[in-house]
Structures are given as structure tokens and as C-alpha cells.
Ligand binder design. Structure first.
Ligand SMILES: [Fe+2]
Length: 306
């Protein structure tokens, strides 16, 4: 069993865990306005950061890991001690507060709560986020004009069968390794992925979209998802270019398990994510014991630079 390397891990100092527990009881609930955390709440959460030098160190470290264009574009905050100490409900509230220091919490999916539970469903397509199979490398809400800037997953219950490795890979370096011809095909707006409905805060549907929009992070995206490949014509040069990019991403991917309380944040401008298959025999594991993650998004564009 391998968790994320310590280079990417951000532990929370014990005194900060204590402070967060004390402050959270008086903070406003995480109510939303047009899918984003209300200003009143984010202002109150930010005052907790402002009073704690340790919180500021945690934020700086996360920002360095997430935003360095030469870096890998992800970080794992260890919130297990918060969940252990304050329980899942209060722990979730504190996790929202922590994430609000990095960007504005964004729900995106109108029909779900701010934290979308991603359990393990054996009756749906195994490659989906809540499936049990290989979930290939992708960015979330790829077919939007404004995909979420960051995507966060909090592991509430790891796979009891010990698998379901998270995979991440740096997009920009993979694109740099392609040929000019492949990049030219990927810059054409001919790519499509799935449906687009009941979404707020991610702009408009982008259909068809280019994989390469010609912009660097933090503005641009590499709109990559390997999930579109099965529906593409294998004889087409655009398909070959997507496959070449997937090969480069897989060649350099990092793979690790999320433990209980691991909160992974991925900068979608720099990094793709996915999941390897869960362990065998999921049908023998009762549903309430199967792997469970909570998902939330963050909007950083236009957020005050601190
Ligand atoms: Fe995802």
C-alpha cells in the first residue's frame, strides 16, 4: 500500500486542528449563491485564516504545490485528524473552510449538495466516478467553457479491498512531448464528451471543444478526457493525437492510495486525474462499507490574490 509521497502531503499542525474545532461552531453554514459559497460565509472563513499564522503556512504550501507551472499541480491535505476528532459532519464543515482559503467553493452540479458523495455503485458503467473499474485520466466538466479550476476529493472510506489507486499526471509536460502535428490536431474544435445539463458556475456547454485552447495556466485548459476515446473513429488523425496524449500522460502518471481523511486537490489547468479499478469481490462488500469519497470544486479565477 502506497500513499501519496510526502512531497505532496500537507499535514495540519495540532494547534490548527484545535483552533478550527473551536472556530467552526460560530461560523455561518456553507450556503450557496448561484452555486458558489456565499460571500458572507467565505469572508467569515477567511477571518479564521487571517488570525492564524499556521493556517497561512498551510495555504502557502498548498498554493505552491498547486500553482507552480513547473510542478505537478496537486496536493494532499491530511484532514484525518479533523474527522477523527470532530466527526464527519463538523469535519466536513472544516474541510469546506480549509478549501475556501484556496478558492471559492463551487458545487457545479445543481442536483447535488456542495460536497457530492461518490460511493461505489456496482450497477453502473465501471469507468464512471462512482463505478468500480478503471476511471481513465480526465479533467472534470471537460465540455464546459469554464471547467472548475480545482477539483477536490476527500476520502471518507478507502476501498476495503485495498485498491482503487488514484492516478494523476501533469498535462502541460505531456503536451510538450507531442509532435507539432499532433498538437495541431488537438487544437481543432472537433472533440465531444457526454452530456451537459443541470450545471451552474462552469460557463456554457463547449461542444465541440478543442483539447488545446492555446492558453497557459492559470487561464487555459488542456481539455483532455480519455473517456471520449471509445466513441471516436480509430482511423481518424484526431483520435491518434488524443491517444498519443493519453500515452504520454500514462507514461508519467503517479499512482497512490488515498487513505482515510486524505483530501486531494488537483489544479485542473495543470493536471489530470483518474482511478484504477477497485479490488476484486466488491459484490461481497456491503454497499455502506465500500469506498466513499466526497467531491467538491473550487473557482480561483477572479478570486482575490492573497
Ligand atoms: Fe473526476
Amino acid at each position: 500500500m502506497t500513499t501519496a509521497p510526502s512531497t505532496y502531503r500537507v499535514p495540519l499542525p495540532e494547534t490548527l486542528v484545535e483552533l478550527l474545532g473551536k472556530r467552526v461552531v460560530d461560523l455561518p453554514a456553507a450556503e450557496l449563491d448561484r452555486g458558489l459559497l456565499r460571500e458572507e460565509a467565505s469572508g467569515a472563513y477567511d477571518r479564521v485564516r487571517a488570525e492564524s499564522p499556521e493556517a497561512q503556512i498551510v495555504v502557502r504550501r498548498c498554493r505552491d504545490l498547486l500553482n507552480d507551472p513547473e510542478g505537478d499541480g496537486f496536493a494532499v491535505i491530511e484532514v484525518g485528524p479533523l474527522l477523527d476528532r470532530y466527526g464527519l459532519d463538523e469535519g466536513q464543515q472544516i474541510a469546506t473552510l480549509l478549501l475556501s482559503w484556496l478558492g471559492r467553493p463551487l458545487r457545479a452540479f445543481d442536483k447535488w449538495p456542495l460536497w457530492k458523495p461518490l460511493g461505489t455503485n456496482l450497477t453502473i458503467d465501471p469507468m464512471r466516478a462512482t463505478g468500480s473499474g478503471y476511471n481513465p485520466l480526465h479533467i472534470d466538466v471537460v465540455n464546459a467553457t469554464e471547467p472548475p479550476d480545482y477539483s477536490a476529493l476527500l476520502c471518507v472510506r478507502p476501498d476495503p479491498r485495498g485498491e482503487g489507486y488514484s492516478i494523476v499526471s501533469q498535462l502541460r509536460r505531456a503536451v510538450d512531448r507531442l509532435s507539432d502535428g499532433e498538437r495541431a490536431f488537438l487544437a481543432e474544435p472537433v472533440f465531444r464528451d457526454g452530456a451537459f445539463y443541470d450545471l451552474t458556475g462552469v460557463g456554457k456547454e463547449y461542444d465541440p471543444f478543442p483539447v488545446l485552447d492555446g492558453l497557459l495556466a492559470p487561464e487555459g485548459f488542456v481539455r483532455f478526457t480519455a473517456k471520449m476515446l471509445p466513441d471516436m473513429d480509430p482511423r481518424e488523425p484526431h483520435t491518434s493525437a488524443v491517444r498519443a496524449l493519453e500515452r504520454e500522460l500514462i507514461a508519467e502518471q503517479q499512482k497512490f492510495l488515498l487513505g482515510f481523511g486524505d483530501l486531494i486537490i488537483v489544479n485542473q489547468h495543470l493536471c489530470v486525474h483518474g482511478r484504477e479499478a477497485l479490488g476484486r469481490g466488491q459484490d461481497e462488500v456491503p454497499e455502506e462499507q465500500r469506498r466513499l469519497l466526497w467531491q467538491m470544486f473550487l473557482r480561483t479565477a477572479g478570486a482575490d490574490a492573497r
